[in-house]
Write a protein that binds this ligand. Sequence first.
Ligand SMILES: C[S@@+](CC[C@H](N)C(=O)[O-])C[C@H]1O[C@@H](n2cnc3c(N)ncnc32)[C@H](O)[C@@H]1O
Length: 275
Amino acid sequence: MTDHSGVSFPGMANADTDPAGRPSSARIYDALLGGNHNFAADREAAQHLLAAIPGAGEMARANRAFLNRAVQFLLDRGVHQFLDIGSGIPTVGNVHEIAQRRIPDARVVYVDIDPVAVAHSNDILKDNPWAVAVQADMRFPEAILDHPGVRRLLDLGEPVGLLLVAMLHFVPDDDAYPAVERLRAALPPGSYIVISHGVSDTPSDAALDKVTALYRRTDVSTAHGRDRESILRFFGDADLVPPGLVWVHEWPDPADGDPHGMAVVAAVGRITPPS
Ligand SMILES: C[S@@+](CC[C@H](N)C(=O)[O-])C[C@H]1O[C@@H](n2cnc3c(N)ncnc32)[C@H](O)[C@@H]1O
């Protein structure tokens, strides 16, 4: 199978079984970032997204930059293993590249629901003994925690960086809150939870309605921003590190001026021992 540029890449055969060329959230995001692991249907969806939210490409890039800063922050605090759920199609600044540049045997497990994202990740990781990608749905955290790849690479007795970056807005409340709670509970004190998330109080309701309608036609079926209070609930008892929940481009350093229609916020929390 080939993409639009005639380049073949792993996972495309699976992706083609997707009925009627349904777009996927992973490949729409790849298109927004200027990647080429996407089909015509994904690029068309990305164009509709940009029409509804003109800053969507900029937000995607700001989100990747946040991911980089958050991983560096965790490395500075001695976290050498990462569980990156909703990791997406590999692109510039993947977690294993950031982490293993500093700690060559840092462990990274990528998890995504999208077969193209997982196949392509495993292709670039084939010579990397300390990183793997697994195809799983975060709504079933037990399957993730019991996965042989997770058990082989991650020591859940040592701090882990749990990354849920730009993905929880694709998961409905009834699934998302219990799943994140289960994942948090599996991690020892000193672990961190890193979240970025679309917010519901910006931009306009009309734009959000268009985005929701657009994602209804994709693999994830839903996309909805949450308000800040609802996003903070994902951290449970974890201690938010300063500056708390802020615009994604402002973590950890406040930026001056207008957020320019930014619709993604981010925070990092440290899991503390039960009191
Ligand atoms: C916008 S991308 C974010 C990629 C990456 N985390 C980043 O921030 O650059 C969202 C990713 O979440 C994945 N995803 C959505 N729902 C999921 C679920 N229930 N379980 C696992 N992955 C999911 C999508 O396939 C997609 O790759």
